[in-house]
Design a protein around this ligand. Structure first.
Ligand SMILES: [Zn+2]
Length: 248
């Protein structure tokens, strides 16, 4: 049983409400749920240094495991990029958390100039070697220095890993042209098909996943950073997939 009197030491990053009660513990880590907006978050958060350690070859044997299904990943990325291409104008594409570069390569094939940011060196080595026509940066989006402004930002299964979500989204917004398109996905803790026992949910994996959103608090967060939600895709699996536009 969880200790219901225990509360978070930090306020909710979305609505700033204090004293979120304990929601769950896993491997000695504590997660709290904001009573106002429902954000579930790790507290205390990991330092940037421990996060970087977490992502040194995060996917445990990148070449043998995670990237073994390279053809399938590329095919899936091509299907999605056709949809993104139809919704976007301009040709500058940024992948925040680009992994092995599959999405960037699909973006390049549809006529984008593709740029990618990734913390994990092993993933970047793979991407640089297999998809050399793209531009890569190792680090966080907050560390990314450029004068470029992007037409599309793709950010898939990344925001749940971020310890300071406001600094993250503010950095993304600054890299986008007015009316530029954001495609974002993340697990959905509020989804009707999420296992009732949170510890049985495969996406529940602190400290790697340190923030757990539902569609309404994610929308509120994006709006607070100057985005307009265009479309939220219906999802059979407990995940949120949405398109947003950076307001002018
Ligand atoms: Zn909140």
């Amino acid at each position: 049983m969880t200790d219901s009197t225990k509360t978070a030491t930090t306020p909710c990053q979305i609505c700033n409400s204090p004293n979120a009660p304990l929601y769950a513990t896993k491997d000695g880590l504590c997660l709290y749920k904001c009573e106002s907006c429902g954000l579930v978050y790790l507290d205390p958060m990991l330092s940037l240094e421990s996060v970087s350690n977490l992502y040194s070859d995060a996917y445990c044997g990148t070449t043998t495991g995670y990237f073994a299904k390279a053809d399938k990943k590329l095919r899936r990325a091509r299907r999605l990029l056709k949809k993104i291409r139809n919704k976007a104008s301009g040709n500058k594409f940024l992948d925040v958390g680009c992994n092995g570069g599959f999405t960037m390569e699909a973006a390049r094939e549809t006529g984008f100039s593709a740029h990618g940011i990734e913390l994990d060196g092993a993933s970047l080595d793979y991407a640089r070697k297999n998809f050399p026509g793209n531009d890569y940066f190792q680090g966080t989006v907050q560390q990314y220095q450029t004068t470029m402004q992007f037409d599309v930002v793709y950010c898939s299964e990344v925001i749940e890993h971020v310890s300071d979500v406001n600094s993250f989204l503010s950095a993304i917004a600054q890299l986008m042209k007015p009316n530029a398109l954001l495609y974002l996905t993340t697990p959905d803790i509020g989804h009707w098909r999420r296992p009732k026992n949170i510890c049985e949910w495969d996406a529940f994996c602190p400290p790697s996943h340190c923030l757990y959103f539902n569609p309404s608090n994610l929308a509120k967060l994006l709006v607070s950073h100057g985005f307009d939600i265009i479309k939220v895709r219906w999802a059979w699996k407990p995940g949120i997939r949405l398109y947003a536009k950076r307001l002018a």
